[in-house]
Design a protein around this ligand. Structure first.
Ligand code: ATP
Ligand code: MG
Length: 418
C-alpha cells in the first residue's frame, strides 16, 4: 500500500463581485498540482474590499464552498482567504535589533525579533498587520543579505514590506468566513495571492508589476530583485466600465454588463464605423434598435486609459515609471476584455502580457487554468502549499510572520465562544 503523499489546500477569494473557491491537491513526491474542484458565484455583500452586508457575504461564501465541495467530493473545513486592497495600506519598514548571542552568531530568535521590530512602526489605532514580508537583511551595515542565520554580527536590520488593514474590516471578513463554515488558515492580500499564480521568479527578479483588474478596483503589486517593493489599490475597476456603459446607454447595470462582455473591446483600432450592436439580441423586450459598436468601445477605452494612467502615476510615485523590464502582467476578470493588452502597452509604455499560471497545474476542467478570474483563488491555495513546504526551515519563520496568525487565532476564539 502506497502511503498518502497528497495534501489539499483550499483558497477562497472573497472579491467585490464574485466569491471563487479552488480546492487543490499537491503530491509532495511527484510535485503534481491538481485542481479537484472550484466554484465561481456572485458576491453582493462586499464593496471596496469591505463587508457591507454580512448576510449576503456569508451566503455567497457558503454557496461557493458548497459547490466546490460537491465538485471535489472533499469537505472543506479550513481555507486561505483573500483580503482586497481597498482597505489595506502598505509601507516599507526597517527593524533593528542587537544580536543576542554572546558569540555574535545570528539565530532564528534574532530573525523573529528583528521582524517584530519592523512591525512595531507607528501604526494608526484600529489597524492590524496582515503581512510583514522581509525583503532583505542588513548585518553590521552590509546589505542585501537574504538569509543571515549563522552569520556573525552585532547589529541586525531587516528591510520589510508591511501590509496593514483596518481591524473592523479584518474582523468582519473573518466573521463571515467562520459563519460560512470555515476556519481561516491565513489571510492573504489578494494581489499577492494573484502574483503567486501569474508571476514567474524571473519576472520578479528583473522587475514587474502585477495589475489585477477586479470588479471593485484594481490592485497592483510591484516586484524587484525577487521581492515585493510596492502594493497599491486604485479605485477604478471593471465595474466602473460597466457603469459608464449603463449611463451612456441609459440602461440597467445588468444590461450594460452583458453589452460589455458580449460586444466590448478596449480599443477602437479594429472597430469599424459601420459595426453595429443589436441590443434586442441581449434583451428581446428592449426595442432600441441598432447602436454603434464604436460608441460602446470608446466608452470602455476612455475608462481603461484612465485606469492605466493611474497605474502609471502609482509607478511614478516609486520612481519605476517605464522602468520595469518585465513590464506589466494583467489579471482579474477585467483583463478579459478584448485588446486590453494593446491599450495597457500604449498607456504604460511597458511590455504587457496577460497572466498565465506559472506552475503546471492539472485541472478537472480547463475552465480554471489561465482564467484571470481564478488567479487569486489559485494563488491562495499555492500560498498554502508554500507555507506547508517551508515548515521547519528558515523560510518558515520569515513566512510565518506574513500572516497575523496570533491575531487571527484570538479572533477565532471570540467567534467560537458564541
Ligand atoms: N469576458 C469579460 N469581458 C470583460 N469583462 C469581464 C469579463 N468577465 C468578467 N469581466 C469583468 O470582471 C469583473 C470581475 O472581475 P473579478 O472576478 O476579478 O472581480 P472580483 O475579484 O470580484 O473583484 P475585486 O478584485 O475588485 O474584489 C466584473 O466587473 C466583470 O464585468
Ligand atoms: Mg479580485
Amino acid at each position: 500500500m502506497g502511503k498518502n503523499t497528497k495534501q489539499t489546500k483550499v483558497g477562497v477569494d472573497i472579491g467585490n463581485t464574485r466569491t471563487v473557491t479552488i480546492v487543490m491537491s499537491s503530491d509532495h513526491e511527484t510535485g503534481d498540482l491538481t485542481v479537484l474542484g472550484y466554484s465561481n458565484v456572485a458576491q453582493n455583500g462586499m464593496r471596496k474590499g469591505m463587508v457591507v452586508d454580512i448576510d449576503e457575504t456569508i451566503a455567497s461564501i457558503a454557496q461557493s464552498l458548497e459547490e466546490a465541495e460537491r465538485m471535489s467530493g472533499i469537505p472543506i473545513e479550513r481555507a486561505l482567504v483573500s483580503i482586497g486592497g481597498g482597505q489595506t495600506s502598505s509601507a516599507n519598514s526597517r527593524g533593528v535589533v542587537a544580536v543576542s548571542s554572546p558569540s555574535g552568531e545570528i539565530g532564528k530568535d534574532d530573525i523573529m525579533r528583528v521582524i517584530d521590530a519592523a512591525k512595531a512602526f507607528s501604526m494608526p489605532a484600529n489597524r492590524e498587520v496582515i503581512h510583514v514580508i522581509p525583503r532583505s537583511f542588513i548585518v553590521d551595515g552590509q546589505d542585501a543579505i537574504k538569509d543571515p542565520i549563522g552569520m556573525k554580527g552585532i547589529r541586525l536590520e531587516v528591510d520589510s514590506h508591511v501590509i496593514t488593514a483596518s481591524s473592523p474590516v479584518v474582523k468582519n471578513l473573518l466573521k463571515c468566513a467562520y459563519q460560512a463554515g470555515i476556519d481561516v488558515e491565513e489571510m492573504v492580500l489578494s494581489s499577492l495571492a494573484a502574483s503567486r499564480t501569474v508571476l514567474t521568479r524571473k519576472q520578479k527578479e528583473i522587475g514587474v508589476v502585477l495589475v489585477d483588474i477586479g470588479g471593485g478596483g484594481t490592485n497592483i503589486a510591484v516586484f524587484e530583485e525577487g521581492e515585493i517593493l510596492h502594493t497599491a489599490f486604485i479605485p477604478v475597476g471593471a465595474s466602473h466600465v460597466t457603469n459608464d456603459i449603463a449611463i451612456g446607454l441609459k440602461t440597467s447595470i445588468e444590461f450594460a454588463e452583458k453589452v460589455k462582455v458580449e460586444y466590448g473591446a478596449a480599443t477602437t483600432n479594429r472597430v469599424s464605423e459601420k459595426d453595429t450592436i443589436d441590443l434586442s439580441e441581449i434583451d428581446p423586450s428592449i426595442d432600441k434598435g441598432l447602436i454603434s459598436r464604436k460608441y460602446i468601445v470608446e466608452i470602455i477605452n476612455a475608462r481603461l486609459e484612465e485606469l492605466f494612467m493611474m497605474v502609471k502615476d502609482e509607478l511614478r510615485k516609486i520612481n519605476r515609471d517605464g522602468l520595469l523590464p518585465a513590464g506589466a502582467i494583467l489579471t482579474g476578470g477585467g483583463s478579459k476584455i478584448e485588446d486590453i493588452v494593446e491599450v495597457a502597452r500604449e498607456s504604460l509604455r511597458l511590455p504587457v502580457q496577460l497572466g498565465k499560471t506559472n506552475d503546471s497545474i492539472v485541472s478537472i476542467d480547463k475552465e480554471t487554468i489561465d482564467n484571470p478570474s481564478f488567479s487569486t483563488a489559485i494563488g491562495l491555495a499555492l500560498w498554502g502549499f508554500d507555507l506547508a513546504r517551508e515548515q521547519g526551515g528558515m523560510k518558515n519563520i520569515i513566512e510565518g510572520f506574513r500572516g497575523s496568525m496570533k491575531i487571527l487565532g484570538k479572533i477565532k476564539n471570540v467567534f467560537k465562544k458564541r
